[in-house]
Design a protein around this ligand. Structure first.
Ligand code: SAH
Ligand code: SF4
Ligand code: F3S
Length: 437
């Protein structure tokens, strides 16, 4: 009889890609993907804990499975990812949801097969959280679900310890994959027909730091030199490590998209210091100037946090002013969320929710107005779009240009995986719409 799996993913691109690795493991065990969790024989939750709401979301959805599991006793429920790796959280999960069969951490993804086989032989829940990061597991074949886009991990973990952030605690210390493994994975994916490669790490600029391997700009250059037509992106860059050399590599290699995600978090120097970001707002602006000197048309996107402990109105205004000055193509905006175990969680001066809410509304309004202004300039222009998907509701294909702008268009034929020319006729806030030419 056919056996089905269902994976629910929360959090960042890293997790999305890790879910592809989980899918690879499950299909190796003979399971097939299914749309509805109700039909699954194994349901995996790949969780995130970057902010409290990400955690609550996962807890809520796992809670909803109680009834299903009661009617479907043989079903296996497995919970993994960053949430389970937090100290004490695996026990909380087990107590709250005793019907969860497997709880595994971020460092033992490669053991999932073993854990499933173990669970099939015992009644008791299998709980395995490793404290220390394992070595990098090569050879875990992901089952990629996002053609024509493919993600490749280049580093795992993070050493930066930004004072608000849980990632270093749940993902461990930074470790880099060997460049030859990364380059050959990219080559293989391009040969298979993938059209966009994104190199992934919490701080890609510090790739291979302290080892004898090549630097990140060099790695990027070598991947970009692979034969064939494709786009190359990378995520995420930390401003403190963003170098002139990297800007030059972007400028000199046409396959590297002119789009850089460079999270600034705040425009206030005192907040940046308390966040342990290791740069000032002037340093950040300087990096943008260097980038634009070599890549004048580069789209810069960012992440911003409001309501960090002790953030004053003046600090917040510094953030607004920096946003005005840089003119981001788009930005992710977050209300600071206190994460147990981080340095910021122990700080006095937590900001009342209503203050943070008012600030984020103001910030979103500014960011959106900039994005709208930028997209309006697209009208009448013809852009090259990599078609990524079909939106059944809108009955339109969609894809992005090299700067990351989403565009919708109609087509009688399936265009997924093709580079197409679209003449833009409308800009709807964040996205564009046009006609194939
Ligand atoms: N490694 C990347 C991204 C990490 S998480 C980087 O350093 O840029 C993505 C974003 O989540 C961060 O850039 C930050 O803006 C946000 N974030 C992280 N911790 C947060 C917290 N405790 N509260 C609110 N936002 C947070
Ligand atoms: Fe978190 Fe900072 Fe590391 Fe990014 S660089 S993952 S924000 S600690
Ligand atoms: Fe990503 Fe969330 Fe973990 S943002 S690294 S899945 S805490």
């Amino acid at each position: 009889m056919a056996k089905y799996y269902h994976i629910t993913t929360y959090g960042c691109q890293m997790n999305v890609h890790e879910s592809e690795k989980i899918a690879g493991i499950l299909s190796g065990l003979g399971y097939t993907a299914c749309e509805n969790i109700e039909d699954s024989d194994i349901a995996v939750f790949n969780t995130c804990c970057i902010r409290e709401n990400a955690e609550n979301h996962a807890f809520g959805n796992i809670g909803m499975l109680k009834k299903l599991k009661a009617n479907k006793r043989d079903m296996i429920i497995a919970v993994g990812g960053c949430l389970t790796q937090q100290i004490g959280k695996a026990d909380t999960l087990h107590e709250k949801f005793p019907y969860v069969d497997i709880i595994f951490g971020t460092h033992n993804l490669n053991k999932l097969k073993e854990l499933i086989l173990k669970k099939q032989k015992q009644k008791k829940a299998v709980i395995e959280i490793e404290d220390s990061e394992g070595s990098i597991c090569e050879g875990e074949k992901p089952l990629r679900t996002s053609y024509p886009n493919a993600w490749i991990n280049i580093t795992y973990g993070c050493n930066n310890f930004c004072s608000y952030c849980i990632v270093p605690y749940v993902r461990g210390r930074e470790r880099s994959r060997r460049s030859e493994d990364i380059i050959s994975e990219a080559k293989e994916l391009i040969a298979q027909g993938y059209k966009e490669i994104t190199l992934l790490g919490q701080n890609v600029n510090s790739y291979a730091n302290g080892t004898d391997d090549i630097s990140f700009p060099e790695l990027l250059k070598r991947v970009a030199q692979t034969e064939g037509k494709f786009r190359l992106r990378f995520m995420t860059s930390h401003p403190k490590d963003f170098s002139e050399e990297l800007a030059k590599v972007i400028a000199e290699n046409p396959k590297i998209c002119h789009a850089v995600h460079l999270p600034v978090q705040s425009g206030s120097d005192s907040v940046l210091k308390a966040m342990n970001r290791k740069y000032t707002s002037a340093d950040y602006i300087k990096k943008i100037e260097i980038l634009k000197k070599y890549v004048p048309d580069c789209a810069v996107t960012t992440d911003l946090i409001v309501g960090f402990p002790n953030e004053s109105e003046e600090d917040f205004n510094d953030t607004l002013n920096l946003v005005k000055k840089v003119g981001f193509a788009s930005a992710f905006t977050f209300v600071y969320s206190k994460r147990e175990g981080t340095v910021a969680a122990k700080m006095d001066g937590q900001i009342p929710e209503e203050v943070s809410k008012a600030r984020i509304m103001k910030l979103i309004e500014l960011v959106n107005s900039q994005t709208r202004e930028q997209t309006s300039h697209y009208i009448g222009k013809t852009v090259e779009i990599l078609c990524e998907d079909y939106d059944a509701k809108r009955e339109k294909y969609l894809g992005r240009d090299e700067y990351g702008r989403m565009a919708y268009f109609s087509s009688a034929d399936n265009k997924i995986g093709e580079f197409v020319s679209v003449k833009i006729s409308a800009a709807n806030g964040m996205s564009l719409a046009g006609e194939l030419i």
